[in-house]
Ligand binder design. Structure first.
Ligand code: HEM
Length: 242
């Protein structure tokens, strides 16, 4: 007689979630991995050497985790922040002094951003030193370079949002340096600032870039980046010298 557990695992509802029973051979194990949306994120087979903690130092995954944490703390900050020159600075002071855990929230976002820049550079260095940029991974290296630029862009645009003296002058100096680039320099500065100097138009543009455009692009590119790691045959552990 079928046990209670058997009747559950054979039920239609159960099988609509879990399409297989307990796999007991390599083929079934692969099938379970490829037909489950959560399991399929893990490759069926991996290179043993790539399991060594010192191969990647977990830097790519750490960057991804930092991005997710920045997205969450960023959305929470948006509950309190209004991007206008009259209110932005005051909002940040109120957040830090009157909102429960507001100071912690701001610091998590700020330090997370600093850490993400550091970790992404370390990740790029590890990819370089393990030779993982070589074919067939050259496309993923390019995706990585764009991710690096976007990460720096997120930091730069976020810098203006507290609207304090540091923000104002950092963006004034940063965009002035950009304007020295040949041909595109001055138009690029005007497009960034929405006018001749840092003011409300710049704050609006930086805010839109910081909370929508850049994080959206980073999220899409991380998905592409991780998918490419899989399609290029997993981590390039073959290139590691023993
Ligand atoms: C937001 C930024 C980034 C995120 C979230 C990210 C994430 C990841 C993850 C999770 C992996 C697999 C595990 C690991 O290597 O730790 C990976 C691999 C890789 N990343 Fe990144 N990455 C980023 C930026 C970059 C940059 C700046 C470069 C280079 C310019 C780069 C190039 C690569 C390459 C070539 C691989 C394949 C490595 C291999 O096969 O061994 N990534 N990335």
């Amino acid at each position: 007689m079928a046990s209670f557990a058997d009747s559950i695992t054979r039920s239609r509802v159960w099988r609509s979630f879990f399409r297989h029973g307990m796999p007991d051979n390599p083929l079934d194990r692969s099938l379970v991995m490829t037909t489950n949306v959560f399991f399929h994120l893990h490759p069926v087979k991996i290179n043993l050497k790539s399991l060594r903690a010192t191969y990647t130092f977990g830097l790519g995954v750490l960057t991804t985790i930092l991005f997710v944490s920045l997205a969450i703390t960023g959305v929470l900050l948006m509950f309190y922040y209004v991007p206008t020159v009259e209110r932005a600075y005051g909002n940040i002071i109120t957040l830090q002094t009157q909102v429960p855990f507001g100071q912690l929230l701001r610091n998590l976002h700020r330090w997370g951003a600093h850490l993400m820049v550091l970790v992404v550079v370390l990740h790029m260095m590890r990819v370089f030193f393990t030779g993982a940029y070589k074919p067939p991974r050259e496309f993923n290296w390019i995706v990585g370079v764009v991710l690096l630029i976007l990460t720096l862009g997120a930091s730069f645009t976020g810098y203006l949002l507290p609207w304090d003296q540091l923000s104002f002058w950092a963006i004034t100096v940063g965009t002035s340096i950009a304007s020295y680039a040949p041909v595109i320099g001055t138009p690029a500065r005007t497009i960034m600032l929405g006018g001749p100097e840092v003011g409300q138009e710049a704050l609006t543009r930086f805010y839109a870039l910081h909370v929508m455009v850049i994080p959206g692009a980073i999220a899409l590119l991380i998905a592409l980046h991780l998918w490419r790691v899989r399609k290029d045959g997993g981590l390039a552990a073959n290139d590691v010298q023993d």
